[in-house]
Ligand binder design. Structure first.
Ligand SMILES: *Cc1c(COP(=O)(O)O)cnc(C)c1O
Length: 409
């Protein structure tokens, strides 16, 4: 298997000029394939389960150990496996990055990024709209290790004034969790880089198809592959993809900590990525139908989806994103929290649970006010977050119609 990344931006050691012009949906299908066996080869790569890796001689083993710090060599199960390498190649191509590392969860990928690039005395500026467990990591691990987390507004409007000589990283999630705030990423990259800080983006919403932070100036892009890449709510994984310049510290730190993913899990996520473009197109179409319907409903005060012209981040979404996904949130006109709870409880086709990105629809009540410290959401009505799945959207709309009626009784 080749060690070379399938990267649109860096030259390929195996030059295939046509391959470099392939669009994402094609690369998702064509990347990370099976090695040749005697006879022929399978469509899919093998699941290589291994702790021990065997070598032909002590010399070969010593040579591999000398080189494995900087090259992707199969030398021990704790440092990755060929099934995972196939997935890494697909994700690196999707994100337009140099290389990718895999982690057991999205949150583990994020914490590895903080542990890699920050040290005691550093400050990190974190967008107000981040996935909530990032705040927990900031208030536990970071504080304990002398790293100072400082939060800034989700649209980045107050970022410049918060950058200090101690700022080593700006960490954004764009669009943000729950209500999908956008920041001007190229501008944020410019500000961060001008002050010597790196830019990290959580790209779980964009999945590398709808949004590409590395192309917009980020140094590192993280995704919870648990969501759309896997797409079937049956496996957890995180990915970190970097530019060539940012790569080595991440590789060194994750080798030092012995993080690796199971080849069976890597196989499942790789299988999910093959249909990512097709699934996302359907999630988007269904979600937009639901957005239209919700926007016209009397019980609804606001619908949150960046594809809506009324969304505060809509212009940036139009400029920087290629589409939206199955996530839609909405605010009730009624200030009563029980109305939202009754609505979710009355749904019959939506699961009640955390996470999203699978083939199925989900609903939860989102306490946005409790997850933002730089903007005041306390005046907002209760907010429900939906993940619109691959079911027929007319069935979902009928289900919501009866749930609204029950919630209002
Ligand atoms: C779900 C999620 C994560 C964490 O992923 P896990 O695999 O569940 O740990 C990180 N960021 C965002 C934006 C998410 O939605």
């Amino acid at each position: 298997m080749s060690n070379a990344p399938l990267d649109a931006n860096t030259p390929d050691p195996l030059p295939a000029p046509a391959a470099r012009r392939l669009r994402e949906a094609t690369r998702l299908v064509k990347g990370g394939t099976s090695p040749q066996f005697e006879g022929g080869r399978a469509v899919n790569p093998a699941v290589v389960r291994a702790s021990t890796v065997l070598f032909d001689s002590m010399g070969a083993m010593d040579d591999a150990r000398r080189r494995r710090g900087t090259e992707r060599l199969f030398t021990y199960g704790a440092r990755g496996n060929p099934t995972g390498y196939a997935l890494e190649d697909v994700v690196a191509a999707l994100e337009g990055g140099y290389r990718t590392r895999l982690f057991p969860t999205g949150l583990a990928a994020i914490s590895m990024v903080f542990m890699t690039y920050l040290k005691p005395g550093d400050q990190v500026l974190i967008a107000d709209c981040v996935y909530q467990p990032v705040r927990h990591f900031a208030s536990t691990f970071m504080r304990q290790f002398g790293i100072e987390p400082v939060f800034f507004k989700a649209d980045g409007i107050d970022l410049e004034g918060k950058l200090t000589p101690a700022t080593k990283m700006v960490y954004v999630e764009c669009p943000g969790s729950l209500v999908y705030e956008l920041c001007d990423l190229p501008r944020v990259a410019e500000m961060a880089h001008a002050r010597g800080a790196m830019l990290v983006a959580d790209n779980t919403w964009g999945s590398g198809l709808q949004y590409r932070p590395l192309a917009l100036g980020a140094d590192v892009s993280v995704m919870a592959a648990t969501k759309y890449l896997s797409g079937h709510s049956d496996v957890m994984m995180g990915t970190v993809t970097t530019t060539r310049e940012a790569w080595q510290p991440l590789a060194t730190m994750s080798d030092a900590q012995g993080t690796a993913v199971s080849p069976d899990d890597a196989y499942l996520v790789l299988r999910g990525t093959r249909t990512l473009a097709a699934r996302l197109a359907v999630h988007e179409r269904h979600a937009l139908k639901v957005v239209d319907w919700l926007s016209a409903h009397d019980a609804v005060a606001r619908v949150f989806c960046p594809a809506l012209p009324t969304h505060p981040g809509h212009a940036l979404w139009q400029r920087d994103c290629r589409g939206t996904n199955g996530l839609v949130s909405f605010e009730f006109r009624s200030a009563s929290a029980e109305v939202a709870t009754r609505f979710v409880d009355a749904l019959t086709l939506f699961g009640i649970g955390a996470s999203w990105g699978g083939f199925e629809s989900l609903a939860t009540v989102s306490k946005v006010a409790g997850t933002r410290t730089q903007t005041d959401w306390s005046g907002a009505g209760p907010i429900v977050r939906l993940h619109i799945g691959l079911e027929d959207p007319d069935d979902l709309i009928e289900d919501m119609a009866q749930a609204f009626m029950r919630a209002m009784l």
